[in-house]
Design a protein. Structure first.
Lengths: 309, 446
């Protein structure tokens, strides 16, 4: 009996070892194990903080009572909050539009530069994007500074009136959008340039043979071929621009009055500076459902087109 | 390159030997037998001012056999504020942490009461002003010890030459060094006339109307001088009153004579405006003067720090105190209190004030007559009136006497400066007041 039992246990151990061996050998298991560090990192640095923010947004001001969607209800009744919503939309949509347009135009220019000299242009044009935004915005702040504005110094020398860049609501909005466009346009440029390079030359040749004008080539060849990249780039940029903090914080801190506040700076003002962390979390989460729905539609459209191809 | 492979047997043998040696070793009383203490203090603007504090703490640590770790945390980019918020949330952090204005009240439930220590310190060092008591004592509990480092009055710093040339005011005669002020005529009317004259002369007053601390502190003192209260001590919104209207009318007149972009000013803007030689007056502690002394000595030679003009309800000046607080989760509370007692002696306070060149202003009554303020130059006596040695003005904070959790939001969101700018930009007075009332209603939630 003992022998049989021993032999059974040996067989069971061997079978177990075999199945473990098979499991480890499976490609999906290997892939999972290799992705595990990243999954853990995302869980710790993204999923947990996001979940914690959702939890915070459902607490009362002193963070001792669960209030469900009470903070959202409260925000919807605040005049200042709707000003922030309008400003965030103006800021993000205008900035993304200009970044996309400038990126598209400059990508064409760069694409037309001979390959030999193209690399240095690409490098130079990427500089605004690779410098940490907080640092480059500091330089912009000095250019716009109320007392020492370099732009105003030039204006004064050519007889133009001084502009209150950060002191007037309109000019302050213009300034933060300008800096965001300056910093973000190279991202569009590099994505569009990559897309342009992947458009087969034969398509343009065929279009030329058919007598297509420059505009028709753009409209019927370039744009359809770049559609997916344009959609993805705009989606990413919209999300990042809506969540922008550093440029507005450094340049205007949301002022004058609350004229340039966006969700992130207002969330910081309310949550950290004024000590209402749940309300700050609520402000920062406000755009999540809207952006999530937009992202779902855009990504579904892209995958649909991908499967059609 | 020599490589040496450690076998499992050798590893076990070595660790066993080490463990035996460690367990068998006799207990040796170390230099830091009384434990460890971690301290997070405000990182001073004034170069080398941290040095005096560090030296004092080390002296205390050696005497008390406590190992002290000191972190000087900058308030640039809100780092100190973020550290405080993170430690409060995590329930872990420094044993002593510097917290300014409304922060002790925000964390009142998780701070160690300091009543025993404060009672002794008040007996030894004299009373503290009402603003320190309002900010640091909640429901009879002292939440921290008023810190020497970083505490400040944000009074006027005027250019002697411009004020005389354009406004005909002899500031030095009004606030003579070593003597009580002779400034009965220094009222809001005189102030407005001087602002207009200096503006005409091309050197306007540099008074910001952004939402950062310097801007809010100034308008807070002006509102107090008019008796303009937004929320009373019971928490009732009382903003619709004539005093608030008068204060806003005053600001509307004043703003005509200020630089056009003051609504965008932060805490550095007024300093730059003075140092660049453009300002006739700013509202600031002597840091701007100290920078001018280094970078623009010809400007510093003309600077004189003095008292606020008086309004219908008195002469108020903004006081911005820091507190040294201990979290209730601190593991070495007795050592923390011992260090705070040491740092609150007259000798220690004077060393810190000297190191800051007179910037730091202790809150205790007997600590406002140190030599450094009388001797600071150029010009000689420029800081004599900075610590309010003759109690010529009432020290105050914006949004007081509202309950702290409401006042904190009025202060941090710059409701008063926003009201002034809105009204100046053409909004109807009652509409501005309604807007502010609505905002404050939102701050009432619990």
């Amino acid at each position: 009996m003992a022998d049989i039992a021993a032999s059974n246990s040996t067989v069971a151990t061997r079978a177990g070892r075999n199945s473990l061996h098979k499991l480890v050998q499976r490609k999906s298991t290997v892939a999972f194990l290799m992705a595990l560090p990243l999954i853990l990192l995302i869980t710790i640095l993204v999923a947990y903080p996001a979940g914690y923010a959702v939890w915070l947004s459902m607490l009362n001001k002193s963070m001792v009572r669960f209030v469900g969607f009470g903070n959202f209800e409260f925000l919807f009744k605040r005049e200042t909050f709707w000003e922030i919503v309008a400003q965030s939309c103006l800021f993000a949509l205008t900035a993304v539009l200009f970044k996309a347009m400038i990126g598209f135009v400059v990508a064409h220019f760069v694409n037309n530069i001979p390959t030999k000299g193209q690399r240095k242009w690409r490098g130079m044009l990427l500089v605004p994007w690779v410098i940490p935004a907080a640092m480059s915005t500091l330089s912009w702040l000095w250019l716009f500074d109320p007392s020492y504005s370099a732009f105003n110094w030039i204006f004064a020398h050519i007889g133009l009136p001084k502009i209150s860049w950060l002191g007037e609501a309109g000019w302050a909005r213009f300034s933060v959008i300008l800096v965001n466009v300056w910093a973000g346009a190279p991202f569009f440029l590099i994505m569009y340039l990559a897309a342009l390079k992947s458009v087969p030359e034969q398509l343009y040749e065929a279009a030329s043979i058919d007598g297509a004008t420059w505009w028709q080539r753009i409209w019927y060849v370039t744009l359809p071929m770049m559609r997916n990249i344009i959609a993805i780039t705009i989606l990413f940029s919209t999300i990042v621009t809506f969540a922008n903090f550093d440029i507005v914080r450094v340049l205007t801190a949301g002022g004058p009055l609350t004229a340039t506040h966006v969700f992130a700076t207002w969330a910081f003002k309310v949550g950290i500076e004024s000590g209402d962390i749940p309300l700050g979390a609520t402000v920062s989460l406000f755009m999540v459902p809207i952006l999530a729905v937009a992202a779902t539609f855009i990504l579904r459209d892209i995958s649909k087109r991908g499967s059609e191809v | 390159m020599v490589s040496r492979k450690v076998s499992r047997r050798r590893f076990v043998a070595s660790t066993a030997a080490l463990s035996t040696a460690a367990v068998a070793a006799p207990f040796v009383r170390g230099a830091y037998a009384a434990g460890k203490l971690s301290v997070g203090f405000w990182d001073h603007w004034v170069p080398n001012a941290n040095g005096a504090t560090e030296k004092l703490i080390k002296e205390w640590g050696e005497k008390e056999k406590v190992e002290v770790q000191i972190d000087f945390i900058t308030s640039q980019g809100n780092k100190l504020l973020l550290t405080t918020a993170a430690e409060g949330q995590a329930g872990s952090g420094h044993d002593i942490l510097a917290q300014n204005t409304f922060l002790p009240a925000r964390y009142a439930e998780i701070l160690v009461p300091m009543n025993d220590l404060m009672d002794d310190l008040i007996k030894e060092n004299g009373k503290v002003n009402n603003t320190v008591e309002y900010l640091g004592k909640v429901k009879g509990k002292w939440l921290g010890i008023p810190a020497t480092i970083g505490s400040q009055i944000k009074g006027p710093c005027s250019r002697l030459d411009y004020m005389k040339q354009y406004a005909g005011l002899d500031i030095k005669a009004m606030y003579p060094a070593g003597e009580a002020p002779k400034a009965d005529n220094w009222t809001f009317d005189t102030f407005l006339k001087a602002a207009e004259a200096c503006h005409k002369g091309g050197h306007p007053f540099g008074i910001g109307l952004g939402t950062t601390s310097d801007n809010v502190d100034t308008i807070g003192a002006v509102f107090n001088s008019f008796g303009a209260v937004l929320v009373n001590e019971k928490g009732d919104i009382v903003i619709k009153n004539d005093q608030v209207r008068q204060a806003l009318e005053f600001y509307k007149k004043l703003m005509q004579f200020l630089p056009p972009d003051v609504a965008a000013w932060d805490d550095a803007s007024n300093n730059k405006f003075l140092v660049s030689g453009q300002a006739s007056m700013i509202m600031n502690p002597p840091s701007a003067w100290a920078v001018a002394k280094r970078d623009a000595p010809q400007v510093a030679e003309q600077c004189w720090t003095h008292g606020f003009p008086s309004g219908p309800k008195g002469r108020y000046a903004p006081f911005l105190p820091f507190f040294w607080c201990t979290w209730s989760f601190s593991k070495n509370q007795s050592a923390a209190k011992s260090l705070l007692r040491y740092l609150s002696t007259a000798d220690a306070a004077e060393k810190m004030v000297n190191a800051s060149g007179g910037y730091d202003l202790p809150a205790f009554e007997k600590f406002t007559t140190f030599k450094v303020w009388a001797e600071a130059e150029p010009p000689k006596g420029t800081l004599y009136h900075y610590p309010n040695p003759h109690n010529h003005q009432i020290l105050s904070v914006a949004a007081a006497p509202a309950p702290h959790k409401i006042a904190e939001q009025i202060y941090n969101q710059g409701i008063q400066t926003q009201m002034a700018v809105r009204y100046f930009k053409g909004e109807a007075l009652e509409k501005t007041i309604d807007w502010a009332s609505g905002e404050i209603e939102g701050f009432m939630r619990n």
